[in-house]
Design a protein around this ligand. Structure first.
Ligand SMILES: C[S@@+](CC[C@H](N)C(=O)[O-])C[C@H]1O[C@@H](n2cnc3c(N)ncnc32)[C@H](O)[C@@H]1O
Length: 285
C-alpha cells in the first residue's frame, strides 16, 4: 500500500465507522451554522503567536490563496498585509461568515470562490495556504498537486498534532466501547509529501489550540465540556455524561485554576512548508 493509499484507507475507516454508528445521512453543509460561527474572528484583531509566524512569510505584493479558508480566520488578517486574498472553500455557511466579516471590516482585497479545491477554477497565488483542512481530504495527492501548481513561491500547510475531530478519542472509547477511527494527521501526511518528491520544512508553532481556552471551574462545566461536540450522538448525550461522571477522576485533574482535562493531551500546530521556486511574475526565485 502506498502512503497515499494508506491515507485514503484511514478516511474509509472513519467513514465506515460514522455510517455504522451515526447512520448514512450527511448534513448538507457540515461546516455551516454553529460550526462556522466558531471560526468568526475580527480581521483587525491582534494576531496570536501562530498567526504572527504565518504572517512573517507574507509579503506586501503577495496574492495569498487560502484553501479551505472557512470564515477567513487566517486570510482576512493576511489581506491587511498583502495585495490580495483569495479564499477557496466549499461551505456556503463559512462563506457567509467570510463575506460578513470582510465587509464589516471594510476589506476590499479579499474575495472568495465557493468550491471544492479539486473542482475550483485555476487560481494562482504567491503563497497557497491551507490550515486545518488536510485531515478531511481523501484524495490527498491531487489536493497537494493543485496547491503546488497554484503557488508561484511557497506552499504552506498547517495541521494540529492531533486532528481536532479525534480530540475526544479517549472518551469515545469509554462511551462506545471501541476505538475511534482516526483521521490522518502529520504522521500520515509527511510520507505522502516525501513520496511525491517534496522535502518540506516542518516548524512547530508555539501557541495552544485557539478554541480550547476555557478551563472549567466546576465539575458540571467539566462534564459539559467533555460531552460537547459532534462525536456524541444527541440521543447518547445523557449516557455520555453518566460515563464521564463515572470516570471523572481519571479524566480530570483538579487544581487552583479549575479542572484540567487529562483526556485531552497537549497539542501543537505544525507548519509544513516548501518553496515552489516558480517565481513571481516578472521576478526571479
Ligand atoms: C476546520 S475548518 C478550517 C477553516 C480555516 N482554514 C481555519 O483554519 O479557520 C475546515 C474547512 O475546510 C473546508 N474544506 C474541507 N475540505 C475542502 C475541500 N476539499 N475544498 C475546499 N474546502 C474544503 C471546509 O468547508 C471548512 O471550512
Amino acid at each position: 500500500m502506498t502512503s497515499a493509499e494508506a491515507y485514503a484507507a484511514r478516511h474509509d475507516a472513519v467513514e465506515a465507522q460514522r455510517i455504522r454508528l451515526y447512520g448514512s445521512q450527511r448534513q448538507e453543509d457540515p461546516w455551516g451554522g454553529e460550526a462556522a460561527a466558531v471560526f468568526r474572528f475580527d480581521p483587525r484583531r491582534e494576531l496570536d503567536a501562530n498567526l504572527e509566524i504565518i504572517a512573517s512569510y507574507v509579503e506586501p505584493g503577495d496574492v495569498f490563496v487560502d484553501v479551505g479558508g472557512g470564515a477567513g480566520r487566517v486570510s482576512l488578517p493576511m489581506s491587511l498585509r498583502c495585495r490580495e486574498v483569495v479564499c477557496v472553500d466549499s461551505s456556503p455557511g463559512m462563506g457567509l461568515e467570510f463575506d460578513t466579516l470582510a465587509s464589516g471590516a471594510g476589506l476590499t482585497n479579499a474575495r472568495r470562490i465557493q468550491s471544492d479545491w479539486l473542482e475550483a477554477p485555476d487560481v494562482r497565488g504567491d503563497r497557497t495556504f491551507t490550515a486545518d483542512v488536510t485531515y478531511f481530504v481523501r484524495n490527498i495527492e491531487a489536493f497537494i498537486n493543485k496547491l503546488q501548481a497554484s503557488a508561484r513561491r511557497r506552499v504552506m500547510i498547517t495541521v494540529w498534532s492531533e486532528p481536532p475531530p479525534n480530540r475526544s478519542a479517549r472518551i469515545f472509547r469509554l462511551v462506545y466501547g471501541e476505538e475511534q477511527a482516526i483521521l490522518p494527521g502529520h504522521r500520515q501526511l509527511l510520507p505522502v509529501l516525501w513520496d511525491m518528491g517534496l522535502l518540506p520544512d516542518v516548524r512547530v508553532l508555539p501557541g495552544p489550540p485557539w478554541w480550547e481556552t476555557v478551563v472549567p471551574l466546576t465539575r458540571e462545566e467539566a462534564v459539559e465540556q467533555a460531552s460537547a461536540g459532534r462525536w456524541l450522538k444527541p440521543e447518547d448525550k445523557d449516557e455520555g455524561r453518566r460515563v464521564i461522571e463515572r470516570h471523572f477522576d481519571e479524566l480530570f485533574s483538579h487544581g487552583s485554576a479549575g479542572f484540567s482535562p487529562k483526556w485531552r493531551p497537549e497539542m501543537r500546530e505544525l507548519l509544513i512548508t516548501w518553496e515552489t521556486r516558480q517565481g513571481r511574475e516578472g521576478q526571479e526565485g
